[in-house]
Design a protein around this ligand. Structure first.
Ligand code: AMP
Length: 286
């Protein structure tokens, strides 16, 4: 079916573009900060398969960036993003200015709970309050969303959005989708374009470290040993320094002795910060 992409930049245009609230047909949403790549496209495709109307938001949210972070230089190219959305059969793109989203005093925000201060949150104070607040706002600005799609690339974000939906009784189903990677394993990210040729080559140490931990666990290593294997791979790349490398349970509590776990890491390569994570299955002591 040929679809016509409607671009809305304010709430009025959005209301006209969206199907009426309470109408029939499911609405699927992919929230992005633009600079769309194949990882975003995979989320859009999943939304396209499961919903009648697919909405993509393109909004670089200032409140999730720290004062010394890359908000100002974050890549922005709406025309290229619209081309991706048109190719993927998106119905509506909502690309508002900051003032259109933040119209209030901005004093009331979503508190992410204890997990918001751990892992990414320990390095980026206030980041998840910014993320959850904008996710909550965009869901409400849209009016009704049946399913919202999030990448496991940002696993802690996915878990926290799921938790917000459960704790605050949001009517939206939060759907997680696997990380899309380059052929050499590097997770696709809008920030990869910051990497120099040398830094891009060094960046593969991150997925290699995580894959080494998965393999070690498959061979019977316990959680600590599997994490140590990953740490040693990271140490082999002097260009790269780790903010954290931590094994957790699948819902980001303490790592279990056996069963499904998640290994998460963030590394710095010069001025660029990359994050990644993998599912690890711990076999436990027999
Ligand atoms: P961003 O534009 O970076 O805020 O990401 C928007 C959405 O795309 C989030 O749900 C991300 O987790 C997801 N995403 C980003 N990169 C990838 C990837 N490589 N694979 C799958 N999903 C991704």
């Amino acid at each position: 079916m040929t679809r016509t992409l409607v671009v809305a930049t304010n709430r009025q245009e959005l209301a006209t573009a969206l199907p009426p609230v309470g109408g029939t047909g499911d609405v699927g949403l992919v929230m992005t900060m633009g600079a769309l790549h194949a990882g975003h496209a995979a989320l859009i495709r999943a939304a396209r398969q499961q919903n009648d109307t697919v909405v993509v938001t393109v909004f670089v949210n200032p409140t999730q960036f720290g004062p010394s972070e890359d908000f100002g230089r974050y890549p922005r190219n709406l025309d290229a993003d619209l081309a991706v959305c048109a190719d993927e059969g998106v119905d509506v793109v909502f690309a508002p200015a900051t003032a259109e989203v933040y119209r209030g005093r901005g004093e009331v925000t979503i508190h992410p709970g204890p997990l918001g201060d751990q892992l990414e949150g320990a390095v980026r104070p206030g980041h998840f309050a910014g993320v959850l607040t904008v996710v909550h706002k965009l869901l409400h600005i849209l009016g009704h969303v049946d399913r919202a799609y999030f990448g496991e690339k940002d696993y802690q974000q996915f878990v926290l959005v799921q938790r917000m939906a459960a704790d605050l009784d949001l009517p939206t189903q939060i759907v997680g989708r696997p990380t899309v990677r380059e052929a050499d394993g590097l997770a696709l990210s809008s920030r990869n374009r910051y990497l120099s040729v040398d830094a891009r080559a060094a960046a593969t140490a991150l997925p290699r470290a995580l894959a080494a931990a998965v393999a070690a666990a498959e061979s019977g290593a316990d959680g600590a040993a599997a994490t140590a294997v990953a740490a040693s791979v990271l140490r082999e790349s002097p260009e790269l320094s780790a903010d954290y490398l931590e094994l957790r349970s699948a819902d980001l509590g303490p790592a279990p002795e056996r069963g499904p776990a998640r290994l998460l890491s963030a590394v710095r390569l010069g001025p660029t910060r990359l994050i990644d994570n993998v599912a690890v299955t711990l076999r436990g002591t027999p």
